[in-house]
Design a protein around this ligand. Structure first.
Ligand SMILES: Cc1cc2nc3c(=O)[nH]c(=O)nc-3n(C[C@H](O)[C@H](O)[C@H](O)COP(=O)(O)OP(=O)(O)OC[C@H]3O[C@@H](n4cnc5c(N)ncnc54)[C@H](O)[C@@H]3O)c2cc1C
Length: 440
């Protein structure tokens, strides 16, 4: 069963004999690397749970983005300004902020190195630096080049706004090919590339321009989504809307001046950037507008350290090796990781962090009290796939593709208006006022 905050608090009281609402007297120096969704939420929970708060967030950026809003910028539903807030405003009062970047970890010595402030030591470390966007692994593309040759990506704040403008400007085009892709690595919010494809199609249909365009979606995998109930419905929706889906196609490069996209056809879906089979077919596709998803991995300073999963052919991401239930590092017991950088078999979303953070914080406090970390995360993640203006397919699941719907008596495989209201009007205030404050 999915636990809400109240259920979780009750479970902590029962399982740990620990009252979530009163403070622990345990003392330790806690360093949080990354002040994104997971870092700020963790700091809020820890501030509430500890009587003496010695928590430092290391984060270089002065502006924090509500990243699920990137898709809605491209769809012209949110403005860029609505989803950007000063980091300082979001960090809890008793938490220190070191405006710096971590360059190296030394988990054996309980310390790390930063770019400007040198060595920082800790008793407990929370690693939450998110995903690294490897745009330049697509030949011909860099993050800075987005926009050139009508190539866009909602995985970048600036590009999301350019994508919005490009969709609006499709009015003057006849017989255009719109090409949407995903990538071969684990990604944050796997539903997002499908959302922007469906929203673009919807925009053209509502503007009576749909007949002028051929729309294709190139997937690396051989399905659109897991668990199957959501994937099956998305296959139907893509067919109903005449969006051609090509499975097992990987975008390898783009010629932005000629507006050509290059694909490899995979014998089988693979997360390996290099194929063993050199005989695979290749395909060149002309496009009018191309939407891409960059390959993603753990930030380099994580990949280059002992905290990451060994990089082998099946796991190129170098994600952090934690127990999938307690979120405690499998080797270094004073390290906890959650959010996008955690190497756990669930989808990387803010919704997952909402469930992970109170569990990770309770387990960290347990360890500070020399107790076992007993709170367990069930892999809950959620992806509200916007299928058109006014409709969302709410995909909620946990480990092993177990369905974990918030409203169990509703058929999960149907897109609904109520989820649209939640996605567009509810989730952003819930994020800023609830999750980042450790309330929900
Ligand atoms: C287009 C898009 C659509 C999405 N849609 C949804 C959705 O509908 N629903 C949903 O639940 N989730 C969605 N997400 C996913 C969600 O936004 C992420 O899962 C979440 O933001 C991850 O939080 P995080 O704290 O792990 O990483 P981030 O929020 O990315 O934060 C990581 C932080 O670490 C910092 N950092 C990086 N390197 C260092 C370093 N060396 N030293 C110090 N700090 C460092 C970064 O500056 C950053 O602030 C979407 C994301 C995108 C991009």
């Amino acid at each position: 069963m999915k636990l809400g905050a109240a259920g979780l608090a009750a479970a902590i009281v029962v399982e740990r004999g620990y009252d979530y609402f009163s403070e622990s007297k345990a003392k330790a120096k806690i360093v949080i690397v990354g002040g994104g969704a997971a870092g700020i939420t963790m700091s809020a929970y820890l501030s509430d749970m500890l009587r003496q708060v010695d928590v430092t967030i290391i984060e270089p950026n002065e502006i924090h983005h509500y990243q699920p809003g990137y898709t809605l910028i491209a769809a012209d539903i949110f403005t860029p300004g609505e989803i950007a807030k000063p980091t300082q405003q979001l960090i809890p009062r008793h938490v220190k902020w070191l405006k710096d970047s971590v360059t190296e970890l030394n988990p054996e010595g309980n310390s790390l190195t930063t770019a400007k402030n040198g060595r920082v030591s800790y008793d407990f470390l929370v690693l939450v630096p998110g995903c690294q966007m490897d745009f330049d692994l697509v030949d011909g593309i860099t993050r800075k080049s987005l926009g050139e040759g009508n190539v866009h990506s909602i995985y970048d704040y600036r590009s999301a706004a350019l994508c919005r403008d490009a969709i609006k400007q499709l009015g003057g085009v006849k017989d255009g090919k719109l090409v949407f892709t995903n990538t071969y690595t684990k990604v944050k919010c796997g539903g997002a590339p499908k959302k922007i494809c469906l929203l673009t199609e919807d925009s053209l249909r509502k503007r009576n321009l749909r007949k002028n365009f051929e729309i294709s979606y190139f997937a690396n995998q051989n399905e659109l989504m897991k668990p199957k109930v959501y994937g099956d419905r998305l296959v139907e929706i893509f067919a109903e809307r005449d969006i051609k889906v090509k499975y097992k196609h990987r975008l390898t490069g783009v010629d932005t001046s000629a507006k050509k996209a290059f694909f490899d056809l995979l014998p089988e879906p693979s997360a390996n950037p290099i194929f063993d089979d050199a005989t695979h077919e290749k395909l060149v596709v002309d496009y009018e507008l191309l939407h891409i998803v960059p390959p993603m991995s753990a930030p380099d300073f994580i990949k280059n350290s002992a905290v990451s999963v060994p990089i082998d052919k099946d796991n190129q991401g170098g994600w952090i090796k934690v127990d999938k239930e307690t979120l405690v590092h499998s080797k270094f017991k004073n390290i906890i990781s959650l959010g996008d950088v955690a190497g756990i078999p669930t989808s990387k979303t803010g919704a997952a962090i909402r469930m992970q953070a109170p569990i990770a914080a309770a387990n960290l406090v347990s360890m500070m009290e020399n107790k076992e970390p007993v709170m367990k995360y069930n892999g809950y993640s959620a992806c509200p796939v916007i299928t058109e203006h006014g409709k969302v397919l709410m995909c909620e699941f946990g480990y092993d593709e177990k369905l974990l719907p918030s409203i169990p008596f509703l058929d999960p495989g149907i897109e609904r208006g109520m989820w649209w209201l939640l996605k567009v009007h509810g989730l952003k205030p819930m994020y800023y006022h609830g999750m980042l404050n450790g309330f929900i």
